[in-house]
Design a protein. Structure first.
Length: 331
């Protein structure tokens, strides 16, 4: 059974649907990559799972199943008991997770006090030191008294990961956790998450713009456009044989260091603004395969093989594309 299963989720700000019928699932020990342009609804989807949609946004319909229980039926107190302990979230900017006025040690140890009821200060600090050591923070004993501004961006993100790991969540949502980091630290952070996942069987949802990272670290991928999932399936299959023109365009727009003569794909136009979406396929104004029927009715999501689905009236041929990404992020 999936740790997280979302069915037909709708989140809207007034009449504008920011998330419109999104469905996906992730099982224990697997990582789902959630990709798409800015404004496609990725972060709103993730925050809705926690019951914390942005101000002015309301989850109006759909089911969010965590271990089979619908989170939308939970009371605020029940959701609060799940946050952190069962469901963790790593934000793009670790400073939004850390209090600049409190030491790192205090912020970590207070979780053991309030979540686990550990009254001994010595035991709480010992646990915090072990956590910092676990995420490869050097000299963790001395860093407990440091403040967030005394850490680099990569080190702060490690602290944020440590705080999430303190409660051993079964589901970890990482919302663009490496965007502001340089490539070396970025790979170290994701290697750390994969290491923890292998030990604990954590289910991970990784939100990112970097398709190379998805290719390297994720098992499955879901591509979002204008509030909807337009293609999903195993990473290797989707990247080798993209069926939706938007997915093919995203893959074709990624530079290849070993192919200097490779011409990048350009997706013309801009995504539609929320509230200005007409009937029909939302990608139709930008699609190179658009036909008359695309403008009248939104395509139903259909299976293209046992593990893949696509929402397109005229999908790409089922053949390997010349734009397929190489197997590693360094390629």
């Amino acid at each position: 059974m999936s740790v997280l299963a979302i069915h037909d989720l709708v989140a809207q700000a007034g009449p504008a649907r920011l998330v419109d019928g999104v469905s996906f699932s992730v099982r224990a020990g697997r990582t789902l990559g959630l990709v798409g342009e800015s404004g496609s609804g990725k972060s709103v989807t993730c925050l809705s799972v926690l019951g914390l949609p942005p101000r002015g946004v309301q989850v109006s319909s759909g089911r969010i199943l965590f271990d089979g229980d619908d989170l939308r039926t939970k009371t605020p107190a029940e959701l609060n008991a799940l946050r952190g302990r069962e469901i963790g979230m790593i934000l793009q900017d670790p400073m939004t997770s850390l209090n600049p006025l409190l030491t790192i040690g205090r912020q970590i140890t207070e979780m053991f006090r309030y979540r686990d009821g550990v009254t001994s200060r010595k035991e709480r600090e010992a646990r915090a030191i072990e956590l910092l050591r676990r995420v490869h923070i050097p000299a963790p004993e001395s860093r407990l008294k440091s403040y967030p501004h005394q850490f680099s961006g990569g080190m702060r993100q490690r602290v944020a990961i440590a705080m999430n790991l303190a409660c051993n969540p079964r589901l970890l949502i990482a919302d663009e956790p490496t965007t502001a980091l340089d490539i070396t630290v970025r790979l170290q952070i994701l290697d750390l998450l994969r290491e923890v996942q292998a030990e604990r069987g954590t289910a991970i949802v990784l939100v990112t713009h970097d398709l190379h990272l998805v290719r390297r670290y994720c098992d499955d991928v879901a591509v979002m456009y204008a509030g909807r999932i337009i293609e999903q399936g195993p990473v290797a299959d989707v990247f080798a044989r993209p069926r939706h023109p938007y997915t093919k365009g995203l893959i074709g727009a990624v530079p290849r260091l070993r192919h200097s003569q490779h011409r990048l794909t350009v997706i013309s136009g801009q995504p539609p603004l929320p509230g200005s979406i007409a009937q029909g396929c939302r990608f139709a104004p930008r699609c190179p395969r658009v036909q008359a029927d695309c403008a009248s009715v939104y395509p139903v999501t259909r299976s293209v093989d046992m593990h893949r689905s696509v929402a397109c009236w005229h999908p790409e041929p089922d053949q390997q594309t010349a734009d397929a990404l190489p197997a590693t992020a360094a390629s």
